[in-house]
Write a protein that binds this ligand. Structure first.
Ligand code: ADP
Length: 737
């Protein structure tokens, strides 16, 4: 029997009956914590366990009483889209003392709670681990005091702990993304975009401080996402003499028609002697050396605020479900674990190994071993740093290699947010590698008509934040015009072609439904035949159903969904959200579904429908898309260079092997170049989708969280992995960035 089958069956037998799980949020709040709490509660109830909220973090656990209350399905309704943490968080001195932890243990034993799900940063998780290690000692003490019976010690002999990292800083080793980071990036990018317009008008320099006392992730990734002129982070302090270099760079950029400069500084930025570099000293420097009009903006708590991004909601929901599974599977001998994200996979890692690793980064920085600090942060962090340097620092022409290769870039298909970031990255990486870069306008249509010309470094300045496709894109397929395209390639002596686009390029969609009572919203999403948007938007918004082409549905399903909603209206949650992919079924149209629900819901609920349409392709790209576009394209360009060199013989490039035409994409944890020929067999050309869609496994999750009974294949979740050096954050495919 395949391993996945074993696991699936195992899950069906996995029951939480007789168990009590408590969930708490601790330390600094982060957007998405509520989604995690909701998922723990609903998954816990789904498997038959009792679930408790512990309010106000460890303080509530120490104080007990009304701070620990039983959770119901309805009690976590309307939480998904709320920022911060509804159940409260605190920094708690008492829990750092033995006395405090003794009180906390008593409060848990009184309610029979032996499973604890902690959402917080490394401090909170360290506390949790300590508590678990002390548990049997604490119980013995409680018996001695006469606070509990001997029997309780036997009944509640082991405390199981699982952690989820909620921290906007993304400062935890072991997970690609911590809950809250993506939302914080959204806030930062919103501010940067806003500031850019005013800076542009007045030719100003902005020095922007972002959070991260010990971790430069937010600063680095924001710098990548907005193409900042300079970035300062604690892990990699600038070389001595940086002040002069920075000023040179700023004035060079201004001379190159740029009307503004952005400098991003992490809260904890330091120089090589561990001396803080503050925003004010940077401002003074710029004013003194260059006389530029310079302003400082400190973002502060804005970064923690606002609604969680779709990514954080999905991440936290997946983690919450996984956390409950981890608790059910824990035995007395399993070490406490954190559930985390690697590539697009959830994994479990030993909590203390991750905490230690995280602390090692700090130690390396304290000891001025900066190279090591960057390494310890993991491959994805290193890759961010490398890519930033590559794209932001233009080498003088005289220092550039000359490859004698010409490479063209074009966009095809529907415009998608992030395409411009990808073009910018390809052009700049290509130039750095010594190629002459060409831009093709209007996709293959423009190509055969000869709309092609050289594109330079400064032509793509400021492209990361722009929506749509600046090169222009068309859906025209190349097949009919292959001869003319070949002629253009010959005329311009193009050695390689980078095509950015796809069947249907999808950005994630932010969707939230709240409002009037007894109302069901029916929303149509785009995606061609691909149900990805409908599914993940469903997960992010807590939908009751999401109809997609890949999972056929019939009248019985529609009936079950209507009945489900009718039942739901009897509870305190009197709202419904139904998503429908535009091509999910040719007869069960959005209008049909709207009319069916309206008719069947008469007297119980009413309906509204909304077709989102092209709004979904518009707008500025999210930080995810900017960075993903940038990094994936840099990787593609480097691959192109390698292939060109490999196949160059006697003045010619030979592109006659399978792998001379590849698609770069993410598979599980890795970015893979796959020959397009091989993809043929894996593609459903009629519907323009892959035959196998990885995200389909997220659908049961959405159903469970919407209170449907379904079987959940846990074959991908789970196994406890070990943290070895460079394993954490090592998926350079990091889903997020
Ligand atoms: P974060 O979890 O965001 O890193 P803190 O480090 O402030 O935030 O930790 C949050 C809370 O976790 C602390 O107020 C304390 O109650 C508890 N905690 C942190 N470290 C420990 C520890 N070593 N022992 C016991 N409790 C701890």
């Amino acid at each position: 029997m395949a391993q996945s089958d074993t696991k699936k069956i195992f899950f069906e037998n996995l029951s939480g009956a007789g168990k009590a799980i408590a969930v708490l949020t601790s330390g600094g709040d982060a957007q998405g914590m509520n989604a995690a709490v909701r998922a723990v509660v609903r998954m816990g109830l789904y498997v038959g366990a009792k679930v408790y909220f512990i309010c106000e973090g460890y303080q509530g656990m120490v104080d007990g009483e009304e701070n620990i209350t039983e959770a119901t399905w309805e009690s976590v309704s309307s939480m998904l889209q709320v920022g911060g943490t509804v159940i409260g968080s605190a920094r708690c001195k008492d829990f750092r003392t033995h006395e405090g932890r003794l009180k906390a243990a008593l409060n848990l034993v009184k309610l029979g709670i032996t499973n604890l799900c902690v959402i917080g940063g490394d401090g909170s998780l360290t506390g949790a681990n300590l508590f678990r290690e002390e548990w049997s000692g604490l119980l013995a003490e409680l018996v001695e005091q006469g606070s509990i019976e001997d029997q309780s010690v036997q009944n509640y002999s082991a405390l199981h702990i699982v952690g989820m990292v909620g921290s906007i800083d993304n400062d935890f080793c072991g997970t690609d993304m911590t809950i809250g980071t993506d939302s914080a990036l959204h806030r930062i990018i919103e501010v940067v975009d806003a500031i850019m317009t005013t800076a542009q008008s007045h030719q100003r320099t902005f020095v922007l401080e972002v959070m991260g006392r010990h971790c430069g992730y937010l600063a680095l990734v924001s710098a990548l996402a907005c193409g900042a002129d300079w970035v300062l982070i604690p892990e990699m302090p600038p070389e001595d003499g940086w002040e002069e270099k920075m000023c040179q760079k700023l004035s060079a950029n201004r001379a190159g028609m740029k009307r503004l400069n952005i400098i991003i500084v992490a809260e904890g930025a330091i120089d090589r002697n561990n001396k803080p570099i503050t925003t004010d000293c940077i401002k003074d420097l710029v004013v003194k050396c260059l006389g530029f009009d310079t302003r400082v903006t400190i973002l502060g708590h804005v970064q923690r605020g606002g609604t969680p991004s779709a990514f954080d909601r999905i991440l936290a929901s997946r983690m919450g479900v996984e956390a409950v599974l981890a608790l059910l599977e824990t035995t007395a001998n399993t070490p406490a674990c954190v559930v985390s994200l690697s590539g697009n996979q959830s994994v479990r890692l030993p909590l203390m190994e991750c905490v230690q690793m995280t602390q090692e980064v700090q130690k390396a920085m304290d000891e001025k071993k900066f190279e090591e600090a960057v390494k310890l942060r993991g491959r994805s962090f290193e890759n961010n740093l490398r890519t930033y340097k590559l794209l932001a620092h233009r080498k003088p022409e005289s220092e550039l290699p000359t490859s004698n290769f010409n490479v063209a870039v074009l966009n095809v298909g529907a415009p998608a947010a992030g395409m411009n970031a990808a073009v910018r990255s390809a052009v700049r990486v290509g130039i750095s590698e010594g190629h002459k870069m060409f831009a093709v306008n209007d996709g293959f249509e423009g190509f055969y008509k000869g709309q092609i010309k050289e594109i330079k470094w400064s032509d793509v300045g400021g492209w990361t934040g722009q929506g749509g496709s600046l090169l222009g894109t068309k859906r025209t397929l190349p097949a009919k015009h292959v001869d003319k395209i070949a002629e253009q390639m010959r005329t311009h002596n193009i050695n390689a072609l980078l095509v950015i686009g796809g069947f249907e390029t999808c950005d994630r969609i932010k969707q939230s439904a709240s409002g009037t009572k007894r109302r069901v919203f029916i929303i149509e999403t785009m995606g061609g035949y691909c149900g990805y948007l409908a599914t993940v938007a469903g997960l992010a918004a807590g939908a009751d159903a999401a109809y997609i082409y890949e999972e056929p549905f019939d009248i019985r399903d529609l009936q079950a969904n209507v009945e489900h909603l009718t039942e739901k209206m009897k509870t305190s949650i009197q709202r419904g959200l139904v998503l429908r992919n535009e091509n999910s079924n040719e007869n069960y149209t959005t209008d049909f579904i709207y009319q069916l629900y309206t008719e069947e819901g008469k007297g119980v609920f009413d309906c509204r429908k909304n077709v989102l349409g092209h709004m979904q392709q518009g707008g500025a790209p999210s930080p995810f898309d900017r960075n993903f576009g940038t990094k994936i394209s840099a990787k593609a360009m480097q691959w192109v260079t390698k292939k060109l060199l490999e196949t160059f013989r006697q003045g010619r490039v030979f592109a006659n092997t399978e792998d001379s035409c590849c698609l770069l994409g993410m598979r599980r944890r890795a970015l893979i170049f796959q020959p397009v020929v091989q993809l043929k067999g894996e593609t459903d050309f009629v519907h323009r989708i892959p035959k196998e869609q990885w995200w389909l496994k997220l659908r049961p999750l959405m159903k469970i969280l919407a209170k449907y009974k379904t079987s959940y294949d846990v074959s991908d979740s789970g196994q406890l992995e070990h943290v070895v050096h460079n394993r954490p954050k090592d998926s350079d495919a990091s889903v997020a960035m």
